[in-house]
Design a protein around this ligand. Structure first.
Ligand code: PMP
Length: 372
């Protein structure tokens, strides 16, 4: 028995809790003398929210009151923005909050005591295994292709009678490629209609590929599709935790039952509404990051580095066993990047100076990533 066990009187968590991987949040950079430090480890927006957001937040004082549990103002604004009924939108504390709600609603332990199955590509967003496990369901991970894309044929082939949900991540975090509209529609036609398919579009606003899937278009066509979106990335509101799902009433009727009350704060709701109101300013900022992403990607390719299609606000370096070494070298340059074991390193697009320093680091690193 460890000392923490005895402190807790021997109370044990559910067995699954001991088995869950730990979420390793991106670390801030350690200071290096003479260099400005940059955090490129959490796919954050390096730019502050637009001025209208700052003003909307400053105007709020009534924090003695609970927020609107239905986020009515935000859902009305989103309904307008996306041209969907407000009833089809369910808000959450970030899109991760919305995902956890989906899992709690549709996947867990079945009546026969066996776990439901949730299929997703791997590697993908590292919260997936944690959220799926915590819901009581079983992860079925389908390896990405060599260029970091979902293997949709293998994912469709993995569906069994126990499959309750499939998570698609487009662009895929951490590798970067999108799903195309055509391949997604083909996939949706192939999977059973009683399997919930979540299309996680956390980085949707950064996508420039013309053949990319639009989750909202799929939601209109397929009653088993749920789209996940967030204000954390393009809108630069990660600290306020606002995300949402969009799905047809056949699914939202159940989501309404499982909603965490007051998941979105007043500040979050007001900020998100203001950010949508001046979306043209958001688009301008996003474009500046897309330009930087394209500069970084082109720079890496000029060096002869293999970089998968980068459609989010990050690039993936297939560095394998050199991942830890590369991340440590970045740290010496006051850049925090994200190494995933012996697989690779994800580097978020940051301030122009940070991106330039990253490219310089790569130019001096001899073990270029290759397509595996
Ligand atoms: N989905 C993906 C693919 C992500 O990368 C992230 C954040 N890193 C999220 C969802 C969750 O973001 P949030 O909860 O801040 O909306």
């Amino acid at each position: 028995m460890t000392s923490s066990d005895s402190l807790a009187g021997g109370i044990r968590p559910r067995p699954v809790v001991d088995l869950l991987p730990r979420y390793a949040a991106g670390k801030p950079p350690a200071p290096v003398e003479g260099l400005v430090s940059y955090k490129l480890s959490s796919n954050e927006n390096p730019l502050p929210p637009i001025p209208a957001v700052q003003q909307a937040i400053a105007a709020r004082t009534d924090f003695n009151r609970y927020p609107d549990p239905l986020s009515s103002k935000l859902r009305a604004a989103l309904a307008d923005f996306l041209d969907v009924p407000a009833e089809d939108i369910v808000t959450g504390a970030g899109s991760l909050g919305a995902l956890n709600q989906l899992l709690a609603t549709f996947a867990g332990q079945n009546d026969d005591g066996k776990a439901d199955e949730v299929i997703y590509a791997w590697r993908s967003f590292e919260a997936y295994p944690i959220s799926v496990g915590l819901a009581g369901a079983e992860s079925v991970r389908i390896p990405l292709t060599a260029d970091g894309r979902h293997d949709l044929d293998a994912m469709a082939a993995a569906v069994t009678v126990r499959t309750k949900m499939i998570l698609l991540c487009t662009p895929n975090n951490p590798t970067g490629p999108i799903l195309t509209s055509e391949e997604t529609e083909r996939f949706l036609n192939a999977v059973p209609a009683d399997v919930v398919v979540v299309i996680d579009e956390a980085y949707q606003e950064f996508v420039r590929a013309e053949d990319a899937v639009d989750g909202i278009e799929m939601y209109r066509k397929f009653p088993n599709v749920v789209v996940l979106r967030t204000f954390s990335k393009a809108h630069g509101l990660a600290g306020l935790r606002v995300g949402y799902s969009v799905s047809q009433p056949g699914l939202t009727q159940h989501l309404r039952v499982t909603a965490t009350p007051f998941a979105v704060s007043q500040l979050g709701e007001d900020a998100a509404v203001a950010s949508l109101q001046y979306y043209d300013q958001v688009v301008e900022r996003v474009q500046s990051l897309v330009d930087e992403r394209d500069r970084v990607t082109a720079g890496l390719r000029d060096l002869g580095w293999f970089v998968p299609e980068a459609q989010g606000n990050f690039v993936w370096l297939n560095l394998g066993a050199n991942s830890g070494e590369f991340a440590a070298l970045a740290g010496e340059q006051a850049l925090s990047v994200r190494a995933f074991g012996d697989e690779g390193v994800r580097v978020s697009i940051g301030e122009t100076e940070a991106n330039t320093r990253f490219l310089e680091l790569c130019a001096n690193y001899t073990k270029a990533p290759q397509r595996s």
